[in-house]
Design a protein around this ligand. Sequence first.
Ligand SMILES: Cc1cc2nc3c(=O)[nH]c(=O)nc-3n(C[C@H](O)[C@H](O)[C@H](O)COP(=O)(O)O)c2cc1C
Length: 205
Amino acid sequence: MTAPYVLVLYYSHNGATARMARLIAEGVEQAGIEARVRTVPKVSPETRASAPEIPESGALYCTEDDLKHCSALILGSPTRFGNMAAPLKYFIDGTSSLWLSGSLAGKPAAVFTTTASLHGGQESTLLSMQLPLLHHGMLLVGLPYSESALTETRGGGTPYGASHHAGADGSRPLDQHESTLCRALGKRVGTVTRQLLAGAAHVQS
Ligand SMILES: Cc1cc2nc3c(=O)[nH]c(=O)nc-3n(C[C@H](O)[C@H](O)[C@H](O)COP(=O)(O)O)c2cc1C
């Protein structure tokens, strides 16, 4: 049996969502559980085109087993027209067998996104990303207002999940509040996951 891990699964075209994923993974590991960071390939206009098995750089592509055996999932996407990006949606649309088997049911999940404009749809993206996770029976984890960065932020950061305003050209770095909330979300999911795993072991014994 593999050791428990939190799957941080994202798509990123220009790197902003990938930067968030790394901070979230740091937060997960602060909670004392492994963070497994994975991505998905682009969707090609030629539907039969397939990506090389190993990406040229960055995180590895997520396999069905990575998803099936995770103890929790944190899903990240750039905002595209107020919704998640097609490559991530395409990957999720291929998870019917895990839905049928209930493999993800009862496991914690959270979401994160990045946008070019401050009011360009962070919240609509986060909320719509939660829908397939609810269909899978996952337990949604957000950010509580006890995180003071949530009220102090002048950039991203929402109770529905972590977010980042990357600016029109994507060059705006994650500010302190956005970074704090990324780590806080990862840590919260990591902590809840450990508590659930410990509780399950206690109930079985
Ligand atoms: C097709 C498309 C649609 C987009 N739609 C939005 C949008 O609705 N709101 C917004 O603020 N930014 C939008 N963007 C900008 C991206 O969300 C933004 O550049 C993001 O930071 C990219 O993340 P990445 O660096 O991880 O690829 C869109 C970009 C593309 C290519």
